[in-house]
Design a protein around this ligand. Structure first.
Ligand code: SDX
Length: 391
């Protein structure tokens, strides 16, 4: 402690703001969106109904939800020029890089309607992002597998349109699988918000400078990309695949983690806030069995993940550090069973988190106490010294 500031790496002990959107109790493993328990919302609600709840603070009436859904459906088209943007990127481009850069590029079409202080612009761009980011995400997927982009189908629900954009092909009729549709809806709901996580804090910090929603969300997508954050769901599948391919036992792998051999971590485990089982991970694990069975898929990686979890939860090393599965530990197995490539997993996280980012951007924007984010620091560098020859 020096002067009037305390060094608090990663803001572990610092509240950067007040918020009424999401409540987490890390010790009890509680997560509520605007007071509603995540378990009830995941079981009974829809992605757009929860998006409305997060953004406006109350559950929508049937008419409000219908109008919201209708407006979003009629903003799904991207400007045709944006197609060239995708073709300018290498086919090997990671879909998260495509998503963040296309989101920033999207804003170039709406610069005259992106005044953060204009409520109509804010409403319109909230609709535009909820409508267009899933399309961009699906185009990132299609680009990565060398398939033609489809146009959105406004006769479909948000999730079904997203599934068709990702898995439909021009040469065939695409049948929506109701099991996949319901499973993806639940997974997206589980990701919609999580209070001041790194990507949401990024959205708030960037927005606090007066940057518009597109630029702020694009920054949030980049923060989410990191393997310690949203990128963990992709890293979990890679970790499970490496264990399987190497023939290494889970016992040996866990020993390497405990010995911190070349910095290896048990991806999908641990959390800045949850020092108990992440309630989302519990729900995902429950639906993993159900979804794979309904899709008629058995995946040895799911069994491997369960074996790994069981071993870790019985080991003092993880118990002492209060390390439990987080939301990323089981999601990848389900996304893989649905047919998404591993590099699309974090993009799915981003589409899930989009309503939370939008809700926090607006809450920050409307909070009269919001100041431009500018933390202090403790300077530990060189004292004053002179440039050679200068006097
Ligand atoms: C998400 O914030 C959010 O809400 C995020 C999120 C959201 O919805 O937005 O929930 C989504 O990002 C979930 C987290 C996904 N990340 C991973 O699964 C990556 C693996 N997890 C770790 O990198 C880590 O657990 C963090 C980053 C998630 C949290 O780290 P902390 O709280 O800063 O803990 P720490 O790094 O201080 O670790 C404390 C101890 C250390 O051991 P010691 O040095 O004391 O001996 O626990 C160890 C760490 O080495 N540890 C792990 C570990 N996580 C922490 N050891 C092995 N494997 C791990 N995964």
């Amino acid at each position: 402690q020096t002067g009037h500031t305390t060094l608090d790496y990663g803001f572990v002990n610092t509240s950067a703001t007040k918020s009424a959107i999401t409540f987490i109790d890390g010790d009890q493993g509680i997560l509520r969106y605007r007071g509603y328990p995540i378990e009830q919302l995941a079981q009974n609600s829809t992605y757009l109904e929860v998006a409305w709840l997060l953004i406006y603070g109350e559950l929508p009436t049937a008419d409000e939800l219908a109008a919201f859904d209708e407006r979003i459906r009629h903003h799904t088209l991207l400007h045709e020029d944006l197609k060239r943007f995708f073709s300018s990127l290498p086919t090997t481009a990671h879909p998260m890089s495509v998503l963040s850069s296309a989101t920033a590029a999207l804003s170039t079409y709406y610069e005259s309607e992106s005044d953060p202080n204009n409520p109509e612009h804010v409403e319109l761009n909230t609709i535009r992002m909820l409508a267009k980011l899933p399309v961009i995400a699906a185009y990132a997927h299609k680009k990565s597998i060398g398939q033609a982009f489809l146009y959105p189908d406004n006769s479909l629900s948000f999730v079904d349109n997203f599934l068709k954009l990702n898995f439909g092909v021009l040469s065939e009729l695409y049948e929506i699988d109701p099991v996949m549709s319901r499973a993806l809806e639940r997974l997206l709901i589980l990701h919609e918000d999580h209070e001041q996580n790194a990507s949401t804090s990024t959205v708030r910090l960037v927005g606090s400078t007066g940057a518009n929603q597109f630029s702020s969300i694009s920054a949030g997508i980049n923060a989410l990309y990191g393997p310690l954050h949203g990128g963990a769901n992709e890293a979990v599948l890679e970790m499970l695949g490496r264990i399987r391919d190497s023939g290494e036992s889970v016992q040996r792998f866990v020993e390497r983690v405990k010995n911190k051999e070349d910095g290896v971590k048990l991806m999908g485990f641990g959390h800045r806030v949850y020092k108990n089982y992440d309630p989302r991970a519990k729900l995902v694990k429950e639906s993993a069995d159900e979804v794979l069975e309904a899709l008629g898929i058995s995946d040895p990686l799911l069994d491997l993940a369960k074996e790994l979890e069981e071993l870790a939860l019985s080991d003092d090393y993880f118990r002492e550090r209060r390390l439990y599965p987080n939301v990323d530990f089981y999601t990848g197995v389900i996304y893989k069973a649905m047919g998404f490539p591993t590099r699309m997993f974090t993009v799915l996280f981003a589409i899930g988190r989009l309503p939370g980012w939008l809700a926090h951007w607006r809450e920050m924007q409307q909070d009269p106490q919001t100041k431009i984010g500018r933390p202090q620091q403790l300077y530990v560098g060189s004292p004053e010294r002179n440039y050679p020859g200068a006097n």
